[in-house]
Design a binder for this molecule. Structure first.
Ligand code: COA
Length: 159
């Protein structure tokens, strides 16, 4: 998309990130948690801007699991008028690159089993459903657990 810029989030972005959360999710992360994501070095928080206005964001955590480093996607969202233009793909690819650069060999996430747009996005980028977590988002609201091997080049990386 013309004029799209992906950059690391800084503290002055937190207010706008919080507004984005409220627009994109029924249950949004509180501003304090977003501030933690931006400030704690274990997290990679990216924003997508058009003409210096934030229209999307994504957050991942670098976790240490049994001697290996693993990325965990906490959130990704794009404002409705800017969807289906490849913004989320750009955000996720950039997150993956940064996770890889910090030694992550795989990346995982949870997604509501009824969130078709997000599931399709993840599958396009090479994530695979490896399980279901019952009641993850509350009673009767299940999540798929999806994983991607970051050491392999997938079609999702090449396109
Ligand atoms: C999911 C979300 C982040 C996708 O953002 P986006 O910028 O529109 O995604 P992209 O344009 O990069 O789409 C990439 C691919 O994902 C798939 N996809 C994205 N949205 C889709 C939709 N509504 N229906 C079907 N496929 C979709 C398509 O394969 C698409 O490629 P294509 O447009 O060439 O067909 C966006 O819909 C959103 O913010 N949703 C609300 C928040 C949310 O649910 N986040 C995920 C939480 S786990």
């Amino acid at each position: 998309m013309k004029g799209l810029r992906i950059r690391v989030a800084v503290p002055r972005d937190i207010k706008r990130m919080s507004e984005l959360e409220e627009t994109c999710f029924e249950e949004s992360y509180p501003r304090e948690l977003l501030a933690f994501f931006v400030m704690d070095s274990r997290f990679i928080s990216l924003v997508a801007e058009v003409n210096q206005v934030i229209i999307g964001m994504a957050v991942a955590e670098l976790e240490e699991k049994e001697l290996k480093k693993v990325g965990h996607i906490w959130t990704i969202e794009v404002l409705p008028p800017y969807r289906r233009k490849g913004v989320a793909m750009r955000l996720l690819r950039e997150l993956e690159e940064r996770l890889r650069a910090r030694g992550a060999t795989e990346c995982y996430l949870e997604v509501r089993t009824d969130n078709d747009p997000a599931i399709r996005l993840y599958e396009k980028l090479g994530y695979e459903k490896v399980g279901i977590i019952r009641d993850y988002y509350g009673p009767g609201i299940d999540a798929f657990f999806m994983v991607k091997d970051l050491t392999k080049m997938s079609l999702g990386n090449l396109r």
